[in-house]
Design a protein around this ligand. Structure first.
Ligand SMILES: Cc1cc2nc3c(=O)[nH]c(=O)nc-3n(C[C@H](O)[C@H](O)[C@H](O)COP(=O)(O)OP(=O)(O)OC[C@H]3O[C@@H](n4cnc5c(N)ncnc54)[C@H](O)[C@@H]3O)c2cc1C
Length: 409
């Protein structure tokens, strides 16, 4: 009986388990390992500080796994690719014939001095990239009525690179609705040379920040938080004072990836960016945020790549050439506040373009335009995620980026 092990039952691991159970013969054994039974809808973390109740983003993982897939609730400790064995923290060893690493990327507030180890953590220094952090920030925003607010990205890559911008726009809207916007000074602080990684989108977002009177501090390579002076300090000597710092910490892959010698220096698994197969170990694939592919770490990428991966995986197990070539397709909604959102569609080689999505010329969503319909699309995505994406149902969207009806901004 060939054995497939999937490490991680998040977005990519759950999708892979559903899609592969459908396609592989019954004699295949499929086991998914995750440390707990709480699947989080992470895009919901953005809304928790404002209006979404924290409980709403959590559901049981096992309910999204199909019959014929075993769920093993345990911490992965180590992978031995030579022995084709995974060791769990409780000492159990699981042998595999094929391995899928889908263990995600993880915010590491401990990597910036003065953040997690300082007295201001979860007091005046917050994050919203964990449910705990987003919930604490919700409480903080209830009482924060005036002062200097920094919305900060420590370094790239982070998951959902547009989420910090979305937070900046939503928090601006939050203060405006309360009639206290004039009492809060907001600065968006980024290590990038502009508001975003992609030049066209970067210019659009810089204009929006300017329109909302949100300052932009770019090229900010963070050194530490000075907890005494309450400043965010950069290596170039800049020190930005704050009364509230909302930071997105550096991200790394899962610890076991690095400790098993399977990761790059950030703990992400080097794979062929088109096939998702490990460059070093032919019986290992990496999906979702866990891999080092040069596109956004996003649920949409996990979705498109995992669907493309299935045929490649089956071909690999049969010793055939891998048929599918993933193009790095990413599709990201960007909430801009005031009930509107932008939508970006891009891949490894193509910058975000204007046009409509998913149907050329029809939409209903508009690319790179700030519309109410895009905002409704973002809200609708929550149900699509639970009901269609995780169970592996085919969505009516192109897996590869389509160029039909699109043009440069
Ligand atoms: C604030 C925020 C907003 C976002 N908004 C969007 C958005 O609007 N659109 C979008 O497309 N994406 C968005 N994302 C990103 C998206 O949620 C992730 O890219 C996606 O969940 C990645 O899926 P994954 O399967 O790779 O990792 P995950 O879903 O994180 O799953 C990884 C799994 O591995 C498990 N694991 C890790 N290490 C171990 C171990 N040692 N032992 C056992 N189990 C382990 C974890 O428990 C977890 O369940 C957002 C993320 C955040 C934080």
């Amino acid at each position: 009986m060939p054995k497939l092990l999937i490490l991680g039952a998040g977005t990519a691991g759950t999708m892979a388990a559903n899609l592969l159970r459908d396609r592989l013969d019954d004699h295949w054994s499929i086991t998914v390992v995750d440390r707990d039974d709480e699947h989080h809808y992470q895009p919901g973390y953005l809304f928790v500080p404002f209006w979404m109740e924290p409980e709403r983003v959590v559901r049981s993982r096992s309910q999204f796994l199909p019959d014929g897939v075993a769920m093993c609730r345990a911490e992965v400790d180590h992978v031995d690719p030579q022995a084709r064995r995974v060791l769990l923290a409780d000492g159990t060893a699981l042998d595999y014939d094929w391995l899928v690493i889908a263990s995600g990327s993880h915010p590491r507030p401990d990597l910036v001095p003065g953040v997690a180890d300082g007295p201001l953590w979860r007091d005046t220094v917050h994050d919203f990239y964990t449910l705990e952090g987003a919930t604490a920030l919700k409480e903080k925003l209830r009482t924060f009525k005036r002062g200097r607010l920094l919305v900060h990205i420590a370094e790239m890559p982070i998951k959902c690179p547009v989420a910090p911008l979305e937070f900046a726009f939503l928090v601006e809207d939050h203060f405006r609705r309360q009639g206290i916007r004039h009492q809060v000074d907001i600065t968006y602080v980024t290590p990038l040379d502009g508001a975003f990684t992609k030049p066209v989108a970067s210019a659009t977002f810089a204009d929006l920040l300017d329109e909302r009177s949100i300052r932009l501090a770019a090229d900010f390579a963070v050194d530490r938080v000075d907890t005494g002076a309450r400043t965010l300090n950069a290596y170039d000597g800049r020190a930005l004072p704050f009364d509230l710092l909302v930071t997105v910490p550096p991200h790394t892959g899962a610890r076991f990836v690095s400790e098993s010698g399977l990761g790059n220096d950030m703990g992400f698994v080097p794979v062929d960016k088109h096939t998702l197969r490990s460059v070093e170990h032919e019986r290992i694939f990496a999906l979702g945020d866990a891999s080092d592919i040069p596109t956004s770490k996003a649920g949409s990428v996990a979705h498109f790549a995992t669907e493309m991966f299935v045929d490649n995986f089956i071909a690999a197990t049969q010793g055939r050439p891998l048929p599918n070539s993933f193009d790095g397709h990413a599709n990201c909604f960007l909430e801009t506040g005031r009930g509107k959102a932008l939508l970006l569609d891009f891949n490894y080689d193509t910058q975000p373009l204007t046009g409509t999505f998913p149907v050329p010329g029809v939409g209903p969503m508009s690319l790179l335009r700030n519309t109410r319909r895009n905002h409704l699309g973002k809200l609708a995505f929550e149900q699509i995620y639970w009901r269609m994406l995780l169970p592996g149902r085919r969505l009516p969207v192109p897996l590869q980026m389509s160029m039909a009806g699109k043009k440069p901004a």
